[in-house]
Ligand binder design. Structure first.
Ligand SMILES: [Zn+2]
Length: 196
């Protein structure tokens, strides 16, 4: 099955299999990718207000562009400057921006670290989250490994693996399959809150 660099702006698939209610099911992937490229390549030259961006892209702005733009904003690839212009984040800025999760249960895990009894769910949730926001596997592995050490999670013990690296490598399937993080995060966060 072919996989694509940009997610479908509606259902987020990166394969040719859209969700059943997706607005863009049946849309040619080159068309979807072109909409992203139109926006990203135009903003590479510098921030623009949305109205200017709509005029500046090389083709006529359509609903696919609107959907791609809201996806890019939602995924924090593009942010709004203080003057209201849309600004493309550099790969480094983006990586920093998404490194600290802002969702409630993920934040609990990230800040307090995991405790024995919920390590599996906690690591699962963080790996799934970083995959969802678009970090590469090497970036994900590095961030989660650092978190295991920096949050004190590794010191608390309760792992069968010999190193934090091995723990994260053991969750590679979560990254590859693109599982959702919500349920695992909530279960882990509940355990962490009870132990505090
Ligand atoms: Zn779709």
């Amino acid at each position: 099955m072919a996989r694509f660099e940009y997610p479908c702006p509606d259902c987020r698939t990166t394969s040719s299999l859209h969700k059943s209610d997706c607005r863009f099911d049946g849309t040619d992937w080159t068309t979807i990718e072109r909409a992203y490229v139109n926006i990203l390549s135009t903003l590479t030259d510098g921030p623009l207000r949305e109205g200017r961006l709509r005029e500046a892209i090389p083709v006529r702005w359509d609903r696919l562009h609107s959907a791609a733009l809201s996806r890019l904003r939602h995924d924090q690839r593009i942010q709004e400057t203080e003057s209201g212009a849309l600004e493309l984040l550099s790969p480094e800025e983006f990586s920093e921006q998404v490194a600290v999760p802002t969702h409630d249960s993920l934040q609990t895990i990230y800040e307090h670290g995991s405790v024995p009894g919920c390590h599996d769910h906690a690591v699962f949730a963080l790996v799934a989250y970083y995959e969802m926001v678009g970090l590469s596997w090497p970036e994900t592995r590095e961030r989660v490994t650092d978190w295991l050490r920096d949050s004190g999670t590794w010191e608390r013990g309760g792992f069968e693996e010999e190193s934090p690296e091995a723990v994260v490598t053991g969750k590679r399937h979560v990254y590859v399959r693109g599982y959702g993080w919500k349920q695992a995060a909530e279960e882990a966060a509940n355990v962490i809150k009870r132990r505090r």
